[in-house]
Design a binder for this molecule. Sequence first.
Ligand code: AMP
Ligand code: ZN
Length: 122
Amino acid sequence: MSAAEHDPNCIFCKIVAKQIPSRLVYEDAQVYAFHDINPWAPVHFLLIPKAHIPSLAQVTPAHGDLMGHVMALIPRLALQEGCNPYPDGGYRVVTNTGTEGGQEVRHLHFHIMGGPRPWLRG
Ligand code: AMP
Ligand code: ZN
């Protein structure tokens, strides 16, 4: 990760750099996935680009390959982590964006939540 793609003050950049521990779900050159520390559902993990993109509001067509990679990974990782198959199972994919969107961590992330209901939230 080049310096320009890493924000030293960002908690998720620190997780990618393994300066803060996380429970790994998946990692490759472009993305990192780890279990949410405060899960809403039996399965709840976060999928993030390794590069520091603050939110969905900063995504442009230049991120097309990365976003395609993320979207294709979500169904694969959801099943790997124990979500039940579509259509009776399934999962929820959430990207909170900005203050009014409920975003707390300003590094683009996709919540993937699933598993048998009821859930704690959501
Ligand atoms: P959001 O409100 O969409 O920005 O969600 C941020 C999410 O990051 C929340 O669900 C938190 O529980 C989760 N989170 C914050 N810090 C950590 C951490 N160190 N490891 C795993 N998940 C985290
Ligand atoms: Zn970051």
